[in-house]
Write a protein that binds this ligand. Structure first.
Ligand code: GLP
Length: 262
């Protein structure tokens, strides 16, 4: 695991962009496949990638994107659906074509239908083979919408949201009551299939979750700790999100070594 601690938001976006582009470039055959996250955290990364597109250094015209999660009960055209959010914050920003954006479908006539749609999405994901999965982290240690207690081997499925997650996300809705109670999320086992994981966390509200995920025990109690099992993980933090890490000195030494190609 590489832990890169940036001095500010711009540097964090640069570190994350480098990690994403190197991961995509290492694909041997076929078009690149990018796993994408919503939330406020990856917006700086998307903006940095957009600048590289504008400078002719990157091109996402042939990239497929697969979302981590979606709310149950919102159609893909709903303005707070993650599909719409990604069309606005990813497709329109870095140039992934809308027809190449894949999102779980949390809308249907019955629970059985949504369960079947989730299983189909998981199969599609496996078939595509995600090169790089971008991850944020919830204040309770969730990734995607895998709330504490999620099986470390879970697949894409319906997941009940915790009260904390609904409260955290209420800022995007007209009050807490409007926040859906359930999601369809890639499972932790699904996320681990990606060839590289790039987890980004910024702000002091993430410091506890980050320390538990990186330096705590591998445990369903902190779903993000599952990244400890993955052989190619880059974690990009700002100072505030890194503030509870015990091994900070080591991460800095290792990152300095990286810069010199050691
Ligand atoms: C939501 C998403 C997660 C995201 C998390 C953190 O719950 N399902 O994928 O990582 O929010 O969001 P933010 O980056 O806005 O703090």
């Amino acid at each position: 695991m590489e832990v890169l601690i940036a001095a500010n938001a711009e540097e964090a976006a640069t570190f994350a962009a480098e990690a994403v582009l190197h991961g995509l470039a290492s694909r041997k055959t076929g078009n690149p496949v990018l796993g994408v996250a919503t939330g406020s955290t990856p917006l700086g990364l998307y903006s940095e990638l957009a600048q590289r597109v504008a400078r002719g250094e990157a091109d996402f015209g042939s990239t497929s994107a697969y979302a981590l999660d979606e709310y149950v009960g919102l159609e893909g055209t709903h303005e707070q659906s993650y599909r719409q959010t990604l069309i606005n914050e990813l497709c329109h920003v870095i140039g992934v074509k809308e027809e190449n954006l894949h999102t779980p479908n949390g809308f249907g006539d019955s629970e059985e239908q949504i369960i079947a749609q989730a299983a189909a999405y998981d199969a599609q994901l496996t078939e595509a083979g995600v090169d790089v999965q971008i991850l944020g982290i919830g204040t309770n240690g969730h990734i995607g919408f895998n709330e504490p207690g999620s099986s470390l081997g879970s697949r894409t499925r319906i997941k009940r949201l915790t009260a904390q997650t609904r409260a955290d996300n209420a800022r995007f809705f007209d009050g807490l009551d409007a926040v859906p109670t359930h999601s369809v999320t890639q499972g932790l086992g699904s996320i681990l299939q990606a060839r590289r994981l790039v987890l980004i966390a910024t702000g002091s509200q993430k410091a506890d979750a980050v320390a538990t995920a990186l330096e705590g025990a591998l445990s369903a109690a902190c779903p993000a700790s599952v990244i400890q099992l993955h052989p190619d993980v880059v974690v990009v933090l700002d100072e505030a999100a890194a503030s509870n890490l015990k091994n900070r000195r080591y991460y800095d030494d290792a990152a300095a070594g990286l810069q010199f190609g050691i």
